[in-house]
Write a protein of this length. Structure first.
Length: 332
């Protein structure tokens, strides 16, 4: 029987118009453009403003753009997966909201919560349904409205994150392209270093939880940094080795955009030079599950059929992993 692979056949993205610069952050917390730029590589990030604007707004815009570009009839979509930690509501799933809004009325849909690794987890999950022959058109979205859960009095977290969403379409192919391999990992010991205490079933929202500022991202930055540097690099090197990929044959490293210093460490571990590393952290910051699809969206025009992409991410949980994708089309 011919082996089916899941090819990425389209990309969409959306970032809100409002630009929060390092300069503006200087007026909000005790920080400086110089500190943020040298410690993280970030210059600005986008913020979704307005009443009643959840992450679905960005997911819907990204998917609509992608359906239009690929001339796909939304009724043919079988499955929508939305990777996010900032769902519009605890339930229903934001994927559900997006699927209906874009007219994917024959799809089923669910959210995936793996923080900054959410998109690569969801990509791998969506690809498995295609490879098994179960479904023919799967949309995988990654996006977050981090501004909804950031404490803009905490200079160690609010400078890093931003809002945005991107998506891909997965379809079956018998060619030797698509999602080729993946290594995905998690370790619940990471809970204490990066989490949000309030709003879940352990600590439901109350006056006290609000007074104690529990509905914001809590992060021990340097512990997360050390973990990320080691594990994102390790898993990328492992995945490259088992697929006989090296610095020459990898066309692009597509790393989660959390901190430029973490990206540089991963690239140097796999031996990849700067011009082969996708990067937009300076413009968007860390959009959590949004970073990797937004990189694909930004670089789509430079991608060619047969390019070897190494996607790598880490995030709260801890979660981390790498996915090897052979690009399936030349962008027209
Ligand atoms: C958060 C992060 C940027 C902080 O950078 P760092 O180099 O580790 O800095 P530290 O936390 O060691 O703090 C160094 C000093 O800078 C200060 N500092 C922290 N944030 C600052 C800011 N925004 N502006 C100015 N100074 C700041 C600290 O208070 C500390 O001061 P001190 O030495 O007087 O105590 C970095 O740890 C990081 O990127 N971690 C990973 C975060 C991440 O990837 N999260 C997402 C996971 S998906």
């Amino acid at each position: 029987m011919t082996k089916l692979r899941a090819a990425i056949t389209g990309v969409g993205g959306y970032v809100p118009d409002y630009i929060l610069t390092n300069k503006e952050l200087e007026t909000m917390v005790e920080t400086s453009d110089e500190w943020i730029t040298t410690r993280t590589g970030i210059k600005e990030r986008r913020i979704l403003k307005g009443e009643n604007q959840g992450v679905s707004v960005m997911g819907i815009a990204a998917v609509k753009e992608m359906l239009e570009k690929t001339k796909t009839d939304p009724k043919e979509i079988d499955l929508v997966i939305f990777a996010t930690v900032t769902a519009d509501m605890t339930f229903p799933a934001t994927a559900n909201i997006v699927a209906t809004a874009v007219g994917a009325t024959n799809a089923f849909s669910f959210d995936m919560g793996a923080a900054c690794s959410g998109f690569i987890y969801a990509l791998s999950t969506g690809a498995s349904f295609i490879q098994a022959g179960t479904y023919k058109k799967v949309i995988v979205i990654g996006g977050d409205k981090m501004s909804a859960i950031l404490d803009y009095t905490d200079r160690t977290t609010c400078i890093i994150f931003g809002d945005g969403a991107g998506c891909v379409l997965l379809e079956p192919t018998t060619e030797d392209v698509g999602v080729m391999d993946a290594i995905l990992k998690s370790d619940g010991n990471g809970e204490s270093y990066l989490h949000m205490k309030g709003g879940g079933s352990r600590t439901p929202a109350s006056h006290e939880s609000v007074d104690k500022r529990l509905h914001y991202v809590y992060q021990e930055g340097s512990a997360v940094f050390k973990f990320a540097v080691t594990n994102m690099a390790d898993v990328s090197a492992q995945l490259a080795a088992r697929n006989n990929l090296n610095a020459d044959t990898i066309t692009w490293l597509v790393p989660h955009q959390a901190n430029k210093r973490i990206i540089d460490a991963t690239a140097s571990r796999v031996g990849i030079t700067d011009e082969k590393v996708m990067m937009n952290i300076e413009r968007y910051g860390n959009t959590t599950a949004g970073t990797i699809p937004l990189l694909l969206w930004d670089y789509e025009k430079q991608l060619k059929k047969g390019d070897n992409l190494l996607l790598a991410a880490f995030g709260g949980g801890f979660t981390w992993g790498a996915v090897y994708v052979k690009w399936a089309y030349d962008c027209k």
